[in-house]
Design a protein around this ligand. Structure first.
Ligand code: ATP
Ligand code: MG
Length: 376
C-alpha cells in the first residue's frame, strides 16, 4: 500500500482562514465520496497572529518542518510590517524573510503557474464575446530576474541620490522556464486534442498550441536577447508548438484586446507578476484566480499552492470572500499529488455552481455549500 500523501493547510491572515475553511470542507467532502489517500495537518503559521505572539511570521525551523509534506496549501498572508534590507528576497538563510519568498526560494519553487480561464457564469469584463474563450496559462519565473533585490541607494536624501536595482537572468533559469512552458503547451495540446482549437497568432501563421515569450527586448537587450535565443533553441525541440514573441507593453494591450489568442505565456518574474493580475481579471477577478509555485523537475520538496489574491483586509471577517480561487487552487494541488480525478470533479463543481448562480450576491458559505452540493 502506498503511503498517504501529506498536505499542510496554512490558513494565514485576513480572508485566508475563511477560504481555507472552505477548502478543508470541500476536501473532506471529496474524500467521503472517494478516498483521496491524503492526510492533512493545520499549521497556524506563517501568519500575522504568529508574528504577534512570537515576533516572527513562522518558527525558525519552518522550512525544515514543511519538507515533511508533499504540498502546502496556503490561504493568504498579510503584511507584518516593513522588511529590513537583510530580510528581502535573496537571502535564503535569513529566518525572517517574508515567508512566501522564503518558501519559494528555500524550496526551489522556480515556476509560478497561473491558469486564466473564463468559466461560464464568471464575471466577464470584456465586451467582446470571444473573451469567453480565454484559456491561457501564464508561467512566471519565480527565482531571479528583476526580484533578486540587489542594488542600493547612494547619497541617500541628497539631490544627487542614485538608486540602482540589479536584474539577473541566468541561462540555466531561463532554459528551464522556457522548456517547462513548451512541455505544458504540449500537455495542453494533448488534453484538448490536436487542432480542436484555433489560435490566431501574429507569428508564423496559426498553431493549435502556442508559447508566447514576453520580454522588453527593445529596451532591455541583454536579458531580452538571452531569452530570445534560448526560446529559439528550445522551440526547435517542439516543432508542433507555435511560437510567438511579444514585448510586455504590447502583451498588456493584447491581453485586453484579444486575450483568447494566448495559450501558454512565459514571462520573467516582474512581467509575470504584472501580467497575472491582468490575467486574473480576464478569468473573472481575483476571487476566481488560482495559482501555484512548483519545481517541475523535482518532487523532493513540497510545492506551494495559494490563490493569486492576498489577504483582502477590506472584506476579512465578513464572510464575503469568494472561496472559488482557493478551491481552484486546491484542484491544482490535487493534480500535483496525483488526484487528477478529484481535481477535475472539483473544477466541474466550481464551474457548475458558478453557472447556476451567475449574477447572485453570495457569501463564502453559500459558495462552499453550492460547490459541495455540485460534487459528484
Ligand atoms: P494583500 O496586501 O494581502 O495582498 P490587498 O489589500 O492587496 O491585500 P488583495 O487580497 O490583493 O488585497 O485583494 C484586492 C481586492 O480584491 C480587494 O478589494 C479584495 O476585497 C478583492 N478580493 C481579493 N480576493 C477576493 C476574494 N477571494 N473574494 C472577493 N474579493 C476578493
Ligand atoms: Mg494584493
Amino acid at each position: 500500500m502506498t503511503e498517504p500523501r501529506r498536505i499542510a493547510l496554512m490558513p494565514g491572515d485576513g480572508i485566508g482562514p475563511e477560504v481555507m475553511a472552505a477548502a478543508a470542507e470541500v476536501l473532506a467532502a471529496l474524500d467521503r465520496q472517494t478516498p483521496l489517500g491524503l492526510t492533512w495537518d493545520w499549521l497556524d503559521w506563517p501568519s500575522t497572529d504568529w508574528h504577534r505572539q512570537h515576533g516572527e511570521m513562522m518558527p525558525a525551523d519552518a522550512l525544515t518542518r514543511v519538507q515533511a509534506y508533499d504540498a502546502l496549501l496556503m490561504g493568504a498572508l498579510g503584511d507584518p510590517g516593513p522588511l529590513t534590507d537583510a530580510e528581502r528576497y535573496c537571502l535564503p538563510d535569513s529566518v525572517s524573510l517574508a515567508p512566501l519568498l522564503q518558501f519559494r526560494k528555500g524550496l526551489d519553487l522556480w515556476a509560478c503557474e497561473r491558469p486564466a480561464r473564463l468559466l461560464p457564469g464568471a464575471p466577464q469584463y470584456l465586451a467582446d464575446p470571444r473573451a469567453a474563450e480565454v484559456d491561457m496559462l501564464v508561467i512566471r519565473e519565480n527565482s531571479e530576474g528583476e526580484y533578486v533585490n540587489q542594488g542600493g541607494r547612494l547619497h541617500r536624501g541628497s539631490v544627487d541620490e542614485v538608486a540602482t536595482q540589479l536584474e539577473v537572468f541566468t541561462r540555466r533559469a531561463t532554459e528551464r522556464l522556457i522548456r517547462h512552458g513548451f512541455a505544458r503547451a504540449r500537455e495542453r495540446l494533448a488534453a484538448r486534442g490536436q487542432g480542436s482549437r484555433d489560435f490566431h497568432c501574429a507569428n508564423k501563421g496559426r498553431a493549435a498550441a502556442q508559447v508566447c515569450l514576453i520580454t522588453k527586448r527593445n529596451a532591455q537587450p541583454y536579458w531580452g536577447d538571452l531569452y530570445t535565443e534560448v526560446f529559439a533553441e528550445v522551440a526547435a525541440e517542439f516543432p508542433e508548438i507555435g511560437v510567438h514573441h511579444e514585448l510586455v507593453d504590447a502583451a498588456c494591450m493584447k491581453f485586453v484586446q484579444c486575450p483568447w489568442t494566448f495559450d501558454v505565456v512565459v514571462a520573467s518574474n516582474l512581467h509575470g507578476d504584472i501580467l497575472t493580475d491582468l490575467a486574473a481579471v480576464l478569468s473573472g477577478g481575483l476571487g476566481l484566480a488560482p495559482s501555484c509555485n512548483i519545481n517541475p523537475d523535482s518532487r523532493a520538496m513540497p510545492a506551494l499552492f495559494e490563490p493569486t489574491h492576498g489577504s483582502a483586509p477590506d472584506i476579512a471577517g465578513q464572510g464575503l470572500a469568494n472561496p472559488a480561487a482557493m478551491l481552484l487552487t486546491t484542484a491544482l494541488m490535487l493534480d500535483w499529488v496525483g488526484c487528477a480525478q478529484a481535481a477535475e470533479r472539483l473544477r466541474l463543481a466550481v464551474a457548475k455552481d458558478l453557472v447556476t448562480t451567475a449574477g447572485q450576491q453570495r457569501t463564502c458559505r453559500d459558495v462552499t455549500a453550492g460547490v459541495i452540493a455540485a460534487l459528484h
